[in-house]
Design a protein around this ligand. Structure first.
Ligand SMILES: Cc1ncc(COP(=O)(O)O)c(C=O)c1O
Length: 425
């Protein structure tokens, strides 16, 4: 998250810290710094992301890191095993396989189910990793349109596009929200003989109708990337109730060895392993997950109240749902263009809004133009995803966000939207 100054275009050399001086460190009270056009350092009033580690947590973890180093066991040791066991118990699944990232967890599932030559249906409003992982395992992708008001996969478009060779439908819990159509999507996948693969990168602890995200389908992938709800810097977890699938994942994670370290390779595999240091962080955030989630949900409830009667429309969960609120997603009023809105919010009020989910749907990614053979369904306009992706912003949300700061941000947003609206008249 920390931006470095980049030289302005035109070849000027980077500014160096003078001898003996320290590199400039952002003032944590002001907030994180943001990458603005030209990569200038711009302090923001509310950091877009704040890690759930208090000074006390950092002190405690410092001691535990020393223990790991002193143990001499820094890869695939007792902490990796404990993190897998604890995560599986927390979620209520039989098997959890730790990986180096969420992308690796997705790819591991796809490789273990051998999707080579098959097609996989992926919603267009997601991160490119949702498509790249099955693609890396040899599948071709079918891009499915989304509901413009929720950014979730449109089941009617899925029904039209699902194919006889479809081996998986990926249900992405975007922003930590579960699709209100998840059971219909699961039935469509089952009717086609395809697995339901949950991309739960955003959805630690999200629930719908009492069912945890990550336990709705045949297998799920979580990410512990630095910005995520339970962050460990890098890391992932593939979970499943299927013992055979879990066994294949363990082997592929370890170069195709059935017994780790045996140097006997029975099948194809790679290295998808996590590290002890990341697992140590994982155990720590998992233990504090209820407080982390409660705090995010409290911050979301504050935004819900503040936005009532405003020109902005937040994505709201159905009554039976508790999202993880990885993101708090807000649609801008018609006639308020996102770029101008964000630019003005920063220049007039010093509020920066971080990443959307996502600003460009997968169908608009330039990758496909040069690689059309990776698509099982020809590229076409996906109007729902286009509309949803282009109209939303994400408000800062993290544990401990101050409600007064949230109120000031929402006031600033209303001011900017009002100005842009009257300028467009
Ligand atoms: C929806 C989604 N899926 C998968 C991933 C990949 O996770 P990772 O960054 O841990 O590889 C991300 C990461 O941002 C994501 O947002």
């Amino acid at each position: 998250m920390i931006a470095r100054e980049r030289p302005p275009k035109g070849g000027a050399s980077p500014r160096r810290a003078s001898a003996g001086s320290r590199p400039r460190v952002p003032d944590p009270a002001v907030g994180l710094i943001n990458r603005q056009p030209g990569f200038k350092i711009v302090p923001m009033l509310i950091p877009p992301v704040k890690l759930p580690f208090s000074e006390e947590d950092i002190e405690r973890l410092g001691g535990k890191f020393k223990d790991v180093l002193r143990s001499g066991h820094i890869a695939m040791g007792p902490r990796c095993a404990a993190f897998e066991t604890e995560f599986a118990a927390w979620l209520g699944v039989d098997h959890a396989v730790g990986t180096g990232s969420g992308t690796q967890a997705l790819e591991l599932i796809c490789r273990a189910r051998d999707f080579a030559g098959a097609s996989v249906c992926v919603p267009a409003a997601t991160f490119m990793a949702t498509a790249f992982a099955p693609l890396a395992a040899g599948a071709r992708i079918v891009l499915v349109d989304c509901d413009p008001d929720t950014l979730q996969m449109d089941p009617a478009d899925l029904e039209r596009k699902i194919r006889p060779d479809t081996r998986a439908v990926v249900l992405v819990h975007l922003g930590g929200f579960v699709s209100r159509d998840w059971e219909r999507i699961r039935s469509l996948a089952a009717d086609a003989g395809a697995m339901l693969l949950e991309d739960a990168a955003h959805a630690h602890g999200a629930e719908a109708g009492g069912v945890m995200a990550g336990t709705m389908g045949d297998a799920a992938a979580f990410s512990f990337f630095a910005t995520k709800v339970l962050p460990t810097g890098e890391g992932g977890m593939a979970v499943t109730g299927d013992e055979e699938l879990a066994g294949r994942m363990l082997s592929i994670r370890q170069h195709g060895q059935s017994r780790p370290g045996s140097n006997v390779h029975e099948s194809f595999g790679l290295n998808f392993r996590p590290s002890e240091m990341h697992a140590l962080l994982g155990l720590d955030v998992l233990e504090r997950s209820s407080r982390i989630l409660e705090s995010r949900r409290r911050a979301a409830a504050v935004y819900d109240r503040l936005l009532e009667g405003s020109p902005f429309t937040a994505v709201k969960p159905p009554p039976d749902q508790s999202p993880s609120y990885y993101k708090y997603i807000v649609f801008l009023p018609d006639g308020v263009p996102r770029k101008e809105f964000k630019d003005r919010l920063m220049s007039l009020h010093r509020y920066g809004l971080a990443g959307e989910v996502y600003s460009l749907p997968l169908s608009r990614q330039p990758f496909w133009a040069g690689n059309p053979e990776f698509l099982a369904h020809p590229l076409e306009d996906l109007p729902g995803a286009d509309r949803g992706c282009s109209r939303h912003v994400c408000l800062p949300i993290w544990p401990g966000l101050d409600p007064e700061d949230q109120a000031k941000l929402v006031d600033a947003m209303s001011d900017v939207a009002g100005k842009l609206k009257s300028a467009s008249r």
